[in-house]
Ligand binder design. Sequence first.
Ligand code: ZN
Length: 473
Amino acid sequence: MALPTQADDFPGWYQEVVKQAGLAENSLARGTMVIKPYGFGIWEAIQRAVDDRIKASGHVNLYFPMFIPSHLLEREKEHVEGFAPEVAVVTHAGGEDLEEPLVVRPTSETIIWSTYAKWIQSYRDLPLLYNQWCNVVRWELRPRLFLRTTEFLWQEGHTAHETADDAMHETLMILHEVYLDAYEKVMAIPPHPGRKTAAERFPGAVETYTLEALMRDRKALQSCTSHYLGQNFAKAYGVKFLGREGTEELAYATSWGLSTRAVGAVIMTHGDDKGLRLPPALAPTQAVVVPIYRNDDERSRVLEAAEKLVHGLGVRAHVDDRDDLRPGYKFNDWELKGVPVRIELGPRDLDESQAVLVRRDIGEKETVSLDAVGKRIEDLLADIQSTLYDQAREFRDASTFRPASYDELRSLVEDPGGFIVAPWCGSPECEAKVKADTKATIRFLPVEPGGDFGRCIVDGAPAAEEATWAQAY
Ligand SMILES: [Zn+2]
């Protein structure tokens, strides 16, 4: 089944790639998905990359329950209002109506900070550097596999600190050293770190920081967030501690999350008209051998050599020994699945002690002697990893525009789309006007506020910020 091209029908292309590559499918309850083994393998590699970095920066994992007594959610007003439309509530269980309904966690600040109130007594108890991997539920009206699902998997970090400086340092450290590093080095995606406007902030946060990546259809994808929560949650949940000077203080909070949406980012950053292109660091299979034979004698000879080759490779490799399928079908199938290197091996290759290697990223083919295949594949995987990153970065930069007028901004959002960078006065009215006129939102402001940016692109008032607009997922 041919894929729609990205240029003709990007949403259709996405949907078919997810389906045909065996990544995920819709399940029975509205907005929920089954993550299939190949898709879960990609998620596990992302998880590993993020978890390693979370732990390397001094955090440990723990686990909080998914049910939250509903009164807890009421305490942080902005937070509860922000999440109210998306929250699922259990009112009936064990054959009877519950005395107090239970919220299925949309995120866990409330249950965690009500527990931290018991764990934090003195400045000596701080900081708490905790993270959990779990599922959350946010009722989704327009679900799309990986991008917006009613239930999704993620990690949520929740840290408590003695000072505002410590908490802000944590918020930005996570953004750069955990998330940006994992996106760049493992997912081969070059997102922009930035700060959200008040309108786009996490409910209850003082500042929300983000990584915004540009997909191949020139729409932005918010790829994770890191929040500086100030003392809002400590106030709401009574997290007080005895400070160094003997006075009672409120703890400072951060929270930060990255979800299965990251799989969607990988698909839409690297995929092409043939299907997925997986960065080798993420690929469940890094190299696949497609054996070529016409009869049983050739079959046993080629398969034996293929197995031997794969065992000596030292990368995640696999022999496609499906007998009912022709090599041409298998080539397409592994291209669709985005496996970085294909190895073609037939009787004539064995006579010459060689194999044919084909790169998925740029389609280049080369013949390599059998004893050099291992080293060559190692080099190719490294080169494919950096080529995918470079291509994504070039695409992002070539799709970034600086309009000189509001009319130009409007027409750029319309066609071709991409990141539109322009001065902004900081007023919510100008932000709302752009959204109403173009559906583009401010994806991010620079991490550090301030500077002289001339005049607001919308109303000509003195600009306080340089904003980056885009239509977004
Ligand atoms: Zn303005």
